[in-house]
Design a protein. Sequence first.
Lengths: 320, 549
Amino acid sequence: MSRLNRRELIKIAGAAAGFYVIGGRRVASAEAKEATGPEKPADRYAAHIESLKGTVAVARNDDPYRNTLKAIALLGGMKAFVKPGAAVVVKPNIGWNRPPSACATTNPDVVRAIVEECVKAGAGKVEVYDRTCEDRRRCYARSGIEAAAKAAGATVRFIEDYEYADTEIPRGKILKKWPVIEGILKADVVINAPIAKDHDTATLTLAMKNLMGVMGGQRGDIHTNLGQKLADFNTRIQPALNIIDANSILVAHGPQGGTAEDIRTPRTVIAGVEAATVDAFAAANLPWTIAAGRKVEGLDAAGELGLGVVDAAKIKVIEG
Amino acid sequence: MTVVAAVPVLTFLIGLIRRNGFLVALRMTIQAAFLMLFLVLLTQAVLPLDGYEALGGRFPADFFVRLSPLLAVAAMLAGQVFIAGLLLGGMTLLSAVIAGRFFCGWVCPLGTTFDIFDWLFLRHLDRPGARDGFLRGVKYLALVGILVAALFGAEAAGWFDPMSIVTRSYAIVVLPVADEGAKVVLEKPLEHETFRTDMPRLAKALARTDSTLKDLNILYDARHYYFQFATLGGVFAALLLLQAYQKRFWCRKVCPLGGMLAICGKWRPLGVYLDSGTCVDCGKCRQVCPVGAIQGKALSPEECTFCGSCVAPCPVDALSVRVGAPASVEKRPAVLPGRREFLLAAASGIAAAPVLSLNTQRQADQVRLVRPPGAQDEERFVAACVRCGECMKACPQNALHPAGFQAGLAGVWTPRIVPVIGYCDYNCLTGDQPVGNFCATVCPTGAIKKLSPEEKHKTRLGTAYFRTDKCIPYVERLTCSVCAEHCPVPEKAIKDEEIEVKDFKTGVIRKILRPYVDTALCIGCGQCENVCPLRGEKGIRVERVRSVV
């Protein structure tokens, strides 16, 4: 074999550099999941899930862990949502560097219950992650969610900058395209696990707003015309299951600040298949103070886009 | 850990292979070990998840900065305070008294950096190695100037001390550049789906390397970059490239710490000695000496850094490491500046204090000079800060940056918060720790005072003010309030008021939320400015003033 001369070496180096240097993000491929949501589990549950539209399950228990199990059971059990071998992503609120007692992040016991149920239903893989608002290591650790999820058998990991894919939002009125965590687009089942909180701008942050945690890009831009943009985004990303942690909630000075006086304990878990429906129920039925009587951003827009039943009076309730 | 240990071992083997003698192999190994220690301490100066000190408190992250007796003396004189942690510098002085400029040849990470750069890029250059007197006295003049200035309250040591220089240069220039470079290799290919589907194993390997290096704190989680990068990069590059003229130019001519150790080491018992009786004046040792310590048959103890490079090449074994001089030793007087130069240096030191305090920008720019928590007393702070850059490296939010002229000439390269890049985390350290501000735990002189978490929550760094000519609710008449959302003060220092506005285009009246600062509560942490969605100039800015109300 003859030795490479300098020209050939430069060509090879140039090709390698060119390969590396081609920048830009890739657009979600044509084989991406349909705009209506991730793959549904075994067909025998399809009718059951269809019947759950416009319905919420409301579980009440002193123990958040048992409360969550109850709520899932009221909806027919995790097997209706997770079929054996499925790739599951549980998306809690890990956004803030706060301990669980501050109620800024999802209760770790709630996350633990959800992960355990997925594992029991035979999930192939359960991942737990969030794009935090503050230092990600400390958010994951101080919220207690990393430890709880790992103990229950989930893979807990950080999302890196290269894991976002520009995603079209065909039904969006204002928001037409936004980068989304690829794992969310590829997962078989996405379970949305927010904690219910007062929020100064959105009035309340519940299931629809929790999905901001899978958004890439400059999320500050979402806050103008927040309601419409949230509804738009929720037309594209539709978790199979939404479980709102309302065991202890921040009723003022959310989503980050807050003192002990701002916390109430409804000891409730609200679950459903439509983010807009569970949000409407949570907005109307939890002991809000500052937000009471105020319109929740995005609910009207969600109703117009057909994302659920946003009139709380018309929601069917399964209690337990 | 094994990688860190492997480097010195490898260096030792390479040293032996190069056949420059056991002494040189040993010296290179110790240099490598200290450089590795320096890099480990610097990269691990990160906010721990538990505890409040870097490295679990088991070893001080600012160890190398504290090794400098020059910084110790200057900081204590200028600040007029005794700083116990800096007594480590006494060990360095002691090593000089015993073994001359041993520190320069075996320990100093800046010196090791010079040697590595020289070996990588400059070793084939033909350079005058001889002991020339040109500018050699500058290091003593610099020393005098710095010490006299410190006596009169001006802290100038931080700019010229090698421990400060090396820490600052690595923290602001070398590590961020290495970080970006590594991420180009590790992360850029992963952005392409074709790469990940066609080469899944390689892609997984890259991803796993990337996250492992981040877990080990060798790579940053998020992009870290610093103001004054160009200036400090330029200065560092200049120091490295000055070696194209002469090896270890900084060390031989300019380094004030080198000057201090030269004076202490003049009568060192342990060191390399040249037996002039045996010497045949072949000049081989003069050629290889990196600091030009040998002239004729005389080896100057105040210049020699004990590197041992001269020992092996000598054909008659005239050079050796001994305790106490051999029978015949030729002595030459040290190259010292004249009395006039010394007086000029001292006068400059005296003039330094008033000159450095000239700050024509004080009124205008100082409002943007937001200091880290614990550094609010400006005069005391500028006198005590040695500009080492440890706090800038350690701040987990990348909030601290070297100042330009915002603090006047005296404050160049002292730390300031730049909220657009990073904010001061309200919960930097948690309530159950004794210290609330992590930056203070890595500060070698205590210029940044340690505050308890409660004190930190109450320390006002400044106040946030809305730019109502930019802020979206004021200008576009739309709700935004990302600032209010992120305000970490529990009672919220940014509140919203609901107002009625008329839409510009349609004329429709609607209600929006318009934020305002509750100046009684605002602590000026900068989180609002950091998250404001506006690019360029933000709709809210932190200024270093108390509310006048």
